[in-house]
Ligand binder design. Structure first.
Ligand code: E4P
Length: 216
């Protein structure tokens, strides 16, 4: 499973890269707003750092506007993937961008039939938001299982990118189900490495090491 970092924060992206845990990046308007910087400026910095795919989202909601923004964003770098919302106009844009060879990430997916439409439109990635489904007492990971089943039934090339990841269990379940990618905030990446028994064991080893006679 590939690890993307779900962030527009350059510091977090650099930390994930240093760990070898940044196969790509996903951004969205809310993440960009948190930086307080201009989108193109941030995007240029990210694509210069990360060799993998970097998702940049269009904000228009009509076909012509989405296509215009997509073409501008695609010019920024070869590794830019155009993030398009899962609405009817968006599916039309994805279909035409795919025919132009522009990679897309269809975002805000909350149902398996939406994911089926994204695949039929020729999306490179589909982003089902597991955390936001859990937030309203639905089962986010059940959606991932259904999408993977459908895509495997018909050999769709669209990759399942598990999004809105909130905790390590989401990552564990995504990996067990065989999702292609999980896009993860840096805080959750750091949590994946943690275990209290690791900390207790390390503390004990270091305390015992103090008892070992030191070399001159
Ligand atoms: C996906 O690409 C989105 O950027 C992201 O995963 C949304 O996560 P959130 O629900 O935590 O905002």
């Amino acid at each position: 499973m590939q690890f993307f970092i779900d962030s527009a924060d350059i510091g977090d992206i650099k930390k994930a890269l240093a760990l070898g845990l940044c196969d790509g990046v996903t951004t969205n308007p809310s993440l960009v707003a948190k930086t307080g910087r201009k989108f193109t400026e941030v995007l240029k910095e990210i694509v210069a750092l990360v060799p993998g795919p970097v998702s940049a989202e269009v904000t228009a909601t009509d076909y012509e506007g989405m296509m215009r923004e997509a073409h501008d964003l695609a010019k920024v770098a070869d590794n830019v993937v155009i993030k398009v919302p899962l609405i009817v106009e968006g599916l039309r844009a994805v279909r035409d961008l795919a025919s132009e060879g522009v990679r897309t990430n269809v975002t805000l997916c909350f149902s398996p039939v939406q994911a089926l439409l994204a695949a039929k439109a020729g999306a490179t990635y589909v982003s089902p938001f597991v955390g936001r489904l859990d937030d309203i007492s639905e089962d986010g990971m059940a959606l991932i299982a259904q999408i993977l089943e459908i895509y495997r039934n018909y050999d769709f090339a669209t990759k399942v990118l598990v999004a809105s990841v909130r905790h390590p269990i989401h990552v564990l379940e995504a990996a067990r189900l065989g999702a292609d990618v999980a896009t993860i905030p840096y805080g959750v990446i750091a949590q994946l490495a943690q275990h209290p028994l690791t900390d207790i064991g390390l503390k004990k080893f270091l305390a015992d090491w103090e008892k070992v006679p030191k070399e001159k």
